[in-house]
Design a protein around this ligand. Structure first.
Ligand SMILES: [Zn+2]
Length: 382
């Protein structure tokens, strides 16, 4: 039995509080000890994620980041400090992680996660944690994990909102939710929109918790957690494979990692139809589409009592629970928008319909409540 296959008395004491948790024990702790985790980005999300994973006893960690520690990083990137300003983030991170867990084995990848090394790195590790802040690397990580059959835990944050995605092989990938890489110029970044360090802490810590859950076998489905720290809300959306997904669907078009597919503003491998029908549309976009010459079909999946309280006039009511038996009423050949009260139930229905082959269906973010606030205040709120 090697040292990786048992715990010493020192380790039993070190991890005693978490080993008492249901489903952990010595077996769970050994799974963490034998795990090889690759952290992409030693920044605002990678910092708390890596620190908690190191502290929890993950045995081997790779850190991929090509940047150096900058003064503007320090309010949120808690792996680094004033004494490591100007150093490569990989080296700064390794120092901090070794301090919190001297037993951790660390591999540095100061070249970052690139098209050239992505496949090899994804194959070498058991799980990839993506805390990077650019779409090219995010989609590269997503596709590399699908191709290598490795789980991916992804996090992103903007202002006071964040999301944590857990994507297990064969259970729905990042592109099942966001099929096409957006134009980088169309989406604000933390650099221009701002972000609280504490929000990064919440999201990065949540990522670490999900990594641990995956490693000890407590996750069986892909899922997305949507977190709003300012509003004090978090909701979980269970994901399934989108049959039209370009990475893991029935007829995937992404079969290798091509440099041209991960340029910041282009994504030639993504089918055009998917970009025209994103998984979710904003309430403003929904209003624009519904007022257009060829409006989409709008379906309300709330309960009849909610529909009676208020409704968006043109919406057809099909309560969520009755969607499976009323599929014939939902057209497959025209664009369809699904809405509910706040956007949670309708996102699940949208996922369900996509899994049934509806490629033109999109969820209305924020639901009728957002409609009341941003489009038509005459629609009653409840
Ligand atoms: Zn997919």
């Amino acid at each position: 039995m090697s040292s990786d296959e048992r715990l010493g008395s020192h380790e039993r004491e070190l991890y005693s509080r978490q080993m008492r948790l249901p489903g952990v024990g010595e077996a769970g702790q050994l799974k963490l000890k034998s795990a090889k985790v690759l952290v992409l980005g030693a920044g605002g999300l990678g910092s708390p994620a890596a620190l908690y994973l190191a502290a929890a006893g993950v045995g081997f960690m790779g850190i991929a980041d090509p940047d150096k520690v900058d003064l503007s990083n320090l309010h949120r990137q808690v792996l680094h400090g004033f004494d490591t300003l100007g150093l490569p983030k990989t080296i700064s991170a390794a120092e901090a992680l070794s301090e919190i867990n001297p037993g951790l084995q660390i591999a540095l990848h100061p070249e970052g996660f690139t098209v050239e090394n992505a496949a090899e790195l994804a194959a070498r590790y058991d799980l990839v944690v993506d805390g990077t802040d650019n779409f090219a690397t995010r989609y590269l990580a997503a596709d590399a994990c699908v191709l290598a059959g490795k789980p991916l835990v992804h996090g992103s944050v903007l202002r006071s909102e964040g999301q944590v995605g857990v994507f297990l092989p064969g259970a729905g990938c990042y592109r099942c939710v966001y099929p096409v890489m957006p134009d980088a110029s169309a989406v604000p970044t933390c650099a221009d929109a701002g972000v609280w360090g504490a929000t990064c802490g919440v999201v990065g810590s949540w990522m670490a918790a999900e990594v641990i859950a995956v490693l000890i076998g407590q996750r069986t489905h892909s899922r997305l957690q949507l977190i709003d720290v300012a509003a004090g809300t978090a909701r979980v959306v269970r994901l399934t494979v989108d049959p039209a997904c370009p990475a893991c669907g029935r007829q995937p078009t992404i079969r290798s990692l091509e440099k041209s597919a991960y340029q910041p503003t282009t994504c030639p491998t993504a089918p055009r139809s998917m970009s025209e029908h994103p998984l979710e549309v904003s309430i403003e976009e929904a209003a624009r589409l519904l007022a257009s010459a060829q409006p989409p079909v709008l379906i309300d999946v709330r309960e009849p009592s909610e529909h009676a309280t208020c409704c968006i006039a043109c919406a057809k009511l099909i309560p969520m629970a009755s969607v499976p038996e009323r599929l014939k009423e939902i057209p497959q050949d025209v664009p369809v928008l699904i809405h509910c009260h706040h956007g949670g139930r309708s996102l699940r229905v949208t996922q369900f319909l996509r899994a049934k082959g509806y490629t033109q269906v999109s969820n209305v973010q924020g639901g009728i409540d957002a409609w009341s606030q941003k489009v038509d205040p005459k629609v009653r709120r409840y």
